[in-house]
Every structure is written in C-alpha cells, then in structure tokens.
Design a binder for this molecule. Structure first.
Ligand code: SF4
Length: 284
C-alpha cells in the first residue's frame, strides 16, 4: 500500500478492530537526511513500537506510564468547553480536516480567560504552528516575550537554537507541529502554575488528538512533567521513549536551558541522535 492516507485509514481501521500490535519495521540507514526524504520516510514508516504492557525500557526502550502517573497534578481541571468536546469526539482523516479542527480550537483559545492573570497580561494567545498532519510534535513550556509579541511558539533566542537543532537533524520546521503546555505567557516568564496547566490541558489534548503525531519531543522539565504527569526531572526522563496515547515521547532539555548551560548542548544532541535513530536516520 503506497498511499499514505490509505495506510493511515487502514491502521485506524485495524485499531478500531482491536488490533494494536504491528511488527517492527527495520529501516535502512541514511547517509544524509534532507527534509523531503525524511518526510517521505516518516510517512511510509509503520509504527515501530507495538504497545504491549512493557513497563520498563529493557524490552523496547519504550516505557508505558502507569495510570496514576497520567494524572498531571492535584489541580482541578475546569469543565471542558463544549466546542472542544465536540472536536475531541470527531475523527480527522485528511490534512484539510485537521487544519480546520486546529483553526476551530485556536478560535476557542483566543477567547479563553480561564487564567485571569495570564489573560490580563498577554498580548495575544500563542496557539501552535506547523503541519496539521505532522508525524512529529514538539511541546515546550509556555510562550515567552517574543512569542507573546509574534503569536508563534519558539521564535526568540531559544527558538533560533531550536531551529538549528531541527536543521542539524535534517528536518524542517514546517514539517513539525509545535506548541506549548500553556497558550498564554506567564508574566516574567515564571513557570506555569499547576492550575494554569490544568486549565490549558484540554487545548493541548485537542492539538494532540487532531494532529495525531507518531512522535512527541518534549522540551524541558516543566513540559515533560505536565504532559506525562511525571515528577522526575528531564535529566531522569531523557534517554528513553515514553508513551502518551498513540505517540512515542522523548524528553530533552529546553533550548532556553541550553542558552544558559552550554555543556547541555551535547546531551541534547545525544538525545536527538537517539530520537532520529528511532526514525531510521543515523546522525553518526
Ligand atoms: S493559558 Fe490556556 S487556559 Fe489559561 S487563559 Fe491562556 S488559553 Fe486559557
């Protein structure tokens, strides 16, 4: 089956039929990984990690989180918006449907004032950007000053560093979908409060559901802990694949941290090599 859309529909049909395990497909190494070639490879790759209840990384280097860890914190989730609920109940078969779903969700976000302090101080909401049908999603912490000004995630100094990492991996920014735990800038770039993360969670869940990435790269401890309901810092979460829904998750340090800690760049590069190897790309 060469048509990717048909393949995705076929996989969804299998999933709906209760078939959740596919054999691993071993991909040959690439000497170089130009963006288009990588995109073609990703689109053609079958899920390489089946979902048996492997609870340690020894079998597949994928760790399934126990259900209690999926509760992110003790903050109360607000009642889900009706518009988000109906989006979460839909299925998205085409990139056009995915783009339309994201656009509707962004509209709800732009009117959101759940976090009174953030809604009062933001210039605008920062929803997310990128390919609505991306195989790879990046999730960061929250918008900073530059993002708040431009309305796009990862556009400041940290964003420029992320762009370099993306390019070094042979990827293109527009192939990826990029968003944050929060869609509004916390004043002074403080960490998101647990309640703010809980308030914004339905929008993140909506983006993940609509884009349906195969892989999620989580940047920084705050994002990792909030997405995964983890208490471990990123230093203890990196170097393995975790599972969130249907997506395999890899955690690494936030680019802002790298700007303050030059020595951590080496660790992030190790993580990206580990990640790209999972995609069949050997970065050496
Ligand atoms: S951070 Fe999220 S939940 Fe809070 S006001 Fe902004 S969009 Fe709404």
């Amino acid at each position: 089956m060469t048509d990717n859309r048909a393949l995705r529909q076929f996989l969804r049909l299998m999933s709906a039929s209760g078939i959740s395990h596919l054999p691993t497909v071993t991909l040959p190494k690439l000497a170089a990984a130009p963006g288009k070639l990588l995109a073609a490879r990703l689109k053609g790759a079958a899920p390489s990690t089946p979902q048996p209840p492997a609870r340690n990384k020894s079998a597949s280097q994928t760790q399934l989180l126990s259900p209690d860890r999926l509760v992110p914190n003790s903050a109360q989730r607000p009642e889900i918006l009706e518009s988000t609920r109906s989006l979460l109940e839909q299925t998205f078969h085409t990139a056009e449907q995915q783009a339309d779903g994201l656009s509707k969700l962004a509209e709800a976000v732009s009117a959101c004032k759940r976090c009174a302090e953030l809604a009062d101080t933001r210039r605008q909401t920062v929803f997310g950007v990128g390919n609505p049908d991306a195989e790879i999603m990046f999730i960061g912490e929250a918008p900073g000053a530059d993002e708040d000004r431009q309305g796009e995630p990862f556009v400041g100094a940290a964003g420029k560093l992320m762009d370099k990492i993306i390019a070094a991996c042979g990827l293109k920014r527009e192939e990826i979908y990029i968003c944050n735990i929060l869609r509004c800038r916390p004043p002074g770039n403080r960490n998101p409060h647990p309640q703010e993360a809980a308030n914004c969670r339905e929008f993140l869940d909506g983006q993940i559901k609509i884009v349906a990435p195969k892989y999620i790269v989580v940047w920084g401890t705050v994002a990792a802990q909030n997405l995964l309901g983890e208490s471990r810092p990123v230093g203890r979460l990196r170097g393995q694949f975790l599972q969130h829904g249907d997506a395999k998750v890899m955690c690494t340090y936030h680019p802002s941290y790298l700007l303050r800690n030059e020595s951590a760049k080496k660790l992030v590069w190790e993580d990206m090599k580990f990640f790209m190897k999972e995609l069949g790309i050997d970065l050496g």
